[in-house]
Design a protein around this ligand. Structure first.
Ligand SMILES: [Zn+2]
Length: 236
């Protein structure tokens, strides 16, 4: 994979647009109470149409350790799909390698989000998938929300765990064991929506469990709810 030392001229406008978009979407994480301090990150892929194999694609992500109040489009950093810095004054988020791994192994993914949102992370700490007991889960996730393997930050094991769990799965969210949720989408906005929704259903199913055992939804109904929501509501 080639490593540009700067953003190629033909991607300048797309990169700048992604910086605006990704900076604005970061505001959604504290707004929905998904993050504390500087935790959490949103990234978006910038496709290079001159390299249809994706080798020239870039990603825009938040820099490491920056307060949500200080996030601006200019402060966003640009990396290649090996996670190497291409443009930015600060070092990229420590989760960049995981985001980059997802983009390079799942060509359909255009956005990735990671948080330690409380309820989803509580399920991750128990390494228990969230059962599909809500119609909104069938709509958004098409079934249970799966658990990914335990992985230590520092190599590509987090990225590998995300890809191995989500590839071929309907769910755009994975609960990485003892860690927290990662979500994917066709763009960054869709991945942020999945991050908001996974926390919401984690909370609701947890509350339901305090009252008794939630009832599963029959697979045929899960399938028809998912098909209707994904097709009729025009997400494609
Ligand atoms: Zn994390």
């Amino acid at each position: 994979m080639s490593t540009p030392t700067e953003v190629p001229a033909h991607l300048r406008a797309a990169v700048d647009a992604a910086k605006e978009n990704v900076a604005a979407l970061h505001a959604e994480l504290p707004r929905w109470e998904l993050v504390v301090w500087t935790a959490g990150n949103v990234s978006e892929r910038v496709r290079d149409d001159r390299t249809p194999d994706g080798s020239g694609d870039l990603l825009v992500i938040k820099p490491s350790g920056v307060s949500y109040d200080d996030i601006t489009p200019e402060s966003m950093v640009v990396c290649d799909l090996d996670g190497k810095l291409v443009e930015g004054d600060r070092s990229p988020s420590s989760d960049t390698a995981a985001h980059a791994y997802v983009y390079s192994h799942m060509p359909e993914v255009g956005g990735v989000v990671h948080t330690h949102s409380t309820y989803a992370t509580a399920w991750a700490a128990r390494a228990e998938e969230i059962p599909c007991v809500l119609t909104m889960m069938a709509d958004e996730f098409g079934g249970p929300i799966p658990v990914g393997p335990f992985a230590i930050i520092g190599d590509d094991s987090i990225g590998r765990g995300i890809v191995e769990t989500l590839r071929g799965h309907r769910s755009p969210a994975v609960l990485m064991r003892n860690h927290g949720p990662f979500t994917i989408g066709k763009d960054a906005r869709a991945a942020v929506k999945a991050a908001v929704m996974v926390e919401e259903v984690a909370r609701t199913v947890h509350v339901s469990r305090q009252l008794g055992e939630p009832l599963p939804i029959a697979q045929e109904h899960v399938d028809s709810l998912y098909a209707r929501y994904q097709n009729v509501y025009g997400q494609h």
